[in-house]
Design a protein around this ligand. Structure first.
Ligand SMILES: Cc1ncc(COP(=O)(O)O)c(C=O)c1O
Length: 401
């Protein structure tokens, strides 16, 4: 006889839903399957030899990086991040305002531990990144989704939603935004809306979590200032990541924010994982110190721009363009498609028959939506796969129209 686990699970565990993307990964391994699902970097451009050479640091600083380290991060890496990000942050972030995390996904988790009570609301873009939605639910948060257009989140809708939430006796703690090349939509928050968002945070005493892992993967246009650099009220926590510019396997991200909040997050992190792997931080630091990060960035951007352009051309060539809406993203990894006359569930079934995977829209929506929408990632498949996969997707769509 085994014990009754059902009686032991927490409320959050009992309600837990697995990430639909992780669930799909097993189908993605089916022979011949072309996956546009997971938002993964292209492993063909991982810097295998350069990164292997960085393991020299084990000989030179092994006694430190193989030891337990300080929770807030490996000091040389913190110093590098502070210098490297200064142009985007608008200043050299001070040591006390910087925390190295286990991937940037951990930033949301530590912030949720620090500010979210069960039942509190978080304002998010709708749709938004699945990973953070799942973490927010782990903390018992309620999500209030604000729609996006080509200029990002329609921030004018936020005050009305806050008033509604507050008049029902609930609290809003923060606004979560992915301002550049948003996951999943690909849109970028305009300068005007960035200003308004900060004003709203100030007026309603809210924090902003600025999640910006794609910032450096810009193909066209000019960088816009980060919310962090525009903030005068200590309201922004900025999350950055090495996942897209180096490799996600290192699991090294960071956040910059007001010292008072970072101190709380750091103490929570002590109990979560002691610190992000100091060994991984040491390797990442060595890679950055040798100048590889900066040197390789232009070719990484070019590599993904080519894939974005191949996907754009394939859409024009193979999709029934009168029946599908999409916008060319200026950076990042994703296209977001809308098929008003086709249900995504039906398209997904047909697509899988034709050995194509994408992510259906629904799980990205914190509230309702996504029945006619889906996300296509162009960073992972090869150029040949993009062409073949989009051709088959076009056939699947035409069969359903
Ligand atoms: C918007 C967004 N935030 C955070 C992450 C997580 O990144 P990391 O690998 O740094 O945890 C991702 C990964 O895809 C993402 O798309």
């Amino acid at each position: 006889m085994s014990i009754n686990l059902g009686k032991l699970f927490s409320e959050a565990a009992a309600k837990q839903k697995a990430s639909p993307i992780r669930e799909m990964m097993s189908s993605a391994k089916k022979p011949g399957m072309i996956s546009f699902a997971g938002g993964m970097p292209d492993p063909d451009i991982f810097p295998l030899d350069l990164f292997a050479e960085c393991s020299d640091i084990i000989r030179t600083d092994g006694k430190t990086i193989l030891q337990y380290g300080t929770t807030d991060g490996y000091p040389p890496l913190k110093e590098f991040i502070s210098q490297w990000t200064a142009p985007r942050m608008g200043k050299t972030v001070r040591d006390e305002e910087l925390l190295v995390t286990s991937g940037s996904i951990q930033v949301a988790d530590l912030l949720n531990l620090s500010v979210v009570e069960k039942g509190d609301y978080i304002i998010t873009e709708s749709p938004t990144f699945l990973g953070t939605i799942l973490d927010m639910y782990n903390h018992g948060a309620n999500l209030c989704g604000i729609p996006c257009d080509n200029e990002g989140m329609i921030v004018d809708q936020i005050p009305g939603e806050i008033e509604k939430i507050r008049s029902s006796g609930n609290e809003v703690k923060y606004i979560y935004t992915i301002p550049n090349f948003q996951n999943p939509v690909g849109c970028t928050l305009s300068l005007e809306r960035r200003k308004k968002l900060l004003e709203i945070a100030r007026n309603y005493n809210l924090l902003i979590l600025e999640d910006d892992p794609y910032a450096y993967i810009r193909f066209d246009g000019e960088d816009l200032p980060t919310l962090y650099s525009m903030d005068t009220e200590d309201s922004v926590i900025f999350a950055g990541s090495f996942s897209k510019v180096l490799a996600p396997g290192v699991r090294v991200g960071w956040c910059a924010g007001p010292q008072e909040i970072l101190r709380k997050m750091t103490v929570f992190k002590q109990g979560v994982d002691t610190s992000t792997s100091i060994l991984a931080q040491g390797l990442v630091y060595e890679y950055c110190r040798k100048g590889h990060l900066e040197k390789r960035l232009p070719s990484i951007i070019d590599h993904y721009r080519v894939k974005r352009d191949v996907m754009e051309k394939a859409f024009q060539q193979f999709l029934p363009t009168d029946s599908v809406n999409y916008t060319k993203p200026q950076g990042g990894f994703f296209y977001w498609l809308e098929t008003p006359e086709i249900l995504t569930d039906d398209l997904f079934e047909k697509a899988v028959e034709k050995n194509i995977l994408f992510v259906k829209g629904e799980p990205f929506f914190p509230n309702e939506g996504g029945k006619h929408e889906f996300r296509m990632c162009f960073s992972f498949p090869s150029v040949e796969m993009i062409n073949e996969g989009v051709r088959n997707l076009g056939t699947a769509m035409k069969e359903l129209l």
